[in-house]
Design a protein around this ligand. Structure first.
Ligand code: GGG
Length: 371
């Protein structure tokens, strides 16, 4: 966890927002995982909440005000599934997940990408965290279409602020500091040869020197202003294009990667290819007062309703959310049960080469938690 929200609670109320497509099949699995560790949690309450494209088509709004109210007034945390926003502009529609991140100021999207080794003594080949700024960049969605003498011109504003870049930088340094030191492996690892905690800033400031330049400088300033707190954390930086190349060539050189919103979104989805499937990558959207777990995958309309979606990303997101709230023991139990399911490779969904259904994988994980 980056920082624990207070654990002094008499109850734990979790908002459940499955939204669209396979979100409706995997969020119940995440709920089951939380219930399976309930003896280590305060009394639980779940509140079902609406959002998404389907909600928009039925009610005219993708993010009902009641959902936002309930999250703010009644919930300690939430789980969001996946959303199917259309690729064309639809009057009145706006992505509810992008809106929720802003509405609740969930400024850090934390996406750990870790491979599972067949036995506990073999270190994972990939073990990194993408820390994505979650509130600005091109996702401020300030776009317009202008008719010019030469035809249509589409313009978008890309917002990068010192404040948002600094606070996401702090999260990246705190995460790196809290992680076990990582050994550089292999002769092609030129970044570190000894045990390190490392933050790599991802940018493209050779081209976008003003916006990405501000991001880079703001993150670099974090350890300088921290009075020695982050002296043990090594800082590197890399252009986003070369970072993607190196991510696939030598994933072991990365520890914590911190990036503006769009690069972080793309890099974390791409990194999923290193560990077998997007279906196993969890995330949390974290702010100073709230946390929302969310599988990194989308709504997967091609497999929605077939009962074959991988529940692992959502179950791990529940664990990550509990860990962030300070409940590390139940989070460990969930993570161990997931790893003990993935490692033998016998009960897997189709994205990982298996033939088990969502409910079979969920049942297997729950059985291990409760064993
Ligand atoms: N759980 C991640 C997810 O839903 N990904 C798809 C996504 O981010 N879509 C953006 C949108 O549809 O608004």
């Amino acid at each position: 966890a980056v920082r624990s929200l207070s654990t002094a609670r008499n109850s734990l109320t979790v908002g459940l927002i499955p939204a669209d497509g396979i979100g409706r099949e995997v969020i119940p699995a995440a709920r089951d995982a939380i219930v399976a560790v309930q003896q280590e949690l305060p009394p639980l309450k779940f509140i079902d909440l609406l959002a998404g494209w389907d909600t928009f088509t039925r009610t005219g709004t993708a993010l009902p005000s009641e959902t936002v109210r309930a999250l703010k007034d009644e919930c300690d945390c939430a789980l969001f599934g996946s959303v199917s926003s259309p690729s064309r502009k639809v009057a009145g529609y706006s992505s509810p997940i992008v809106a929720l991140r802003k509405e609740l100021d969930l400024y850090a999207n934390i996406r750990p990408v870790r491979s599972v080794s067949a036995d506990a003594s073999t270190p994972p080949t990939t073990d990194l965290i993408v820390v994505r700024e979650n509130t600005e960049c091109l996702y401020v969605k300030d776009e317009k279409l202008v008719n010019t003498d030469n035809g249509k011109e589409a313009r978008a504003i890309r917002l990068i602020t010192e404040r948002a870049s600094t606070r996401i930088g702090k999260i990246a340094f705190e995460l790196a500091k809290a992680r076990p030191r990582k050994a550089g492996t292999g002769s092609n690892c030129c970044y570190f040869s000894d045990l390190l905690q490392l933050v790599t800033i991802i940018h493209k400031s050779n081209v976008l020197s003003v916006t990405d330049g501000l991001f880079r400088e703001s993150v670099r300033a974090v350890p300088v202003a921290a009075n020695g707190k982050f002296d043990d954390v090594t800082i590197e930086e890399q252009l986003v294009d070369s970072a993607v190349y190196r991510l696939f060539r030598e994933p072991q050189i990365y520890d914590v990667m911190v990036a503006p919103n769009l690069y972080g979104d793309i890099i974390s989805d791409a990194a999923a290819a290193l560990v077998g499937s997007l279906g196993v990558i969890p995330s949390i959207n974290a702010g100073d007062n709230f946390v929302m777990g969310e599988p990194v995958h989308g709504s997967a309309p091609d497999i929605a309703g077939k009962g074959i979606a991988n529940p692992v990303a959502s179950i791990r997101s529940a664990a990550l959310m509990l860990r962030h709230l300070g409940y590390s023991s139940p989070a460990d139990k969930i993570d161990k049960a997931v790893n003990d399911t993935l490692a033998p490779g016998k009960v897997l969904t189709a994205d990982l080469g298996g033939s088990s259904s969502t409910s079979e994988v969920t049942k297997h994980i729950m059985g291990l938690i409760e064993a």
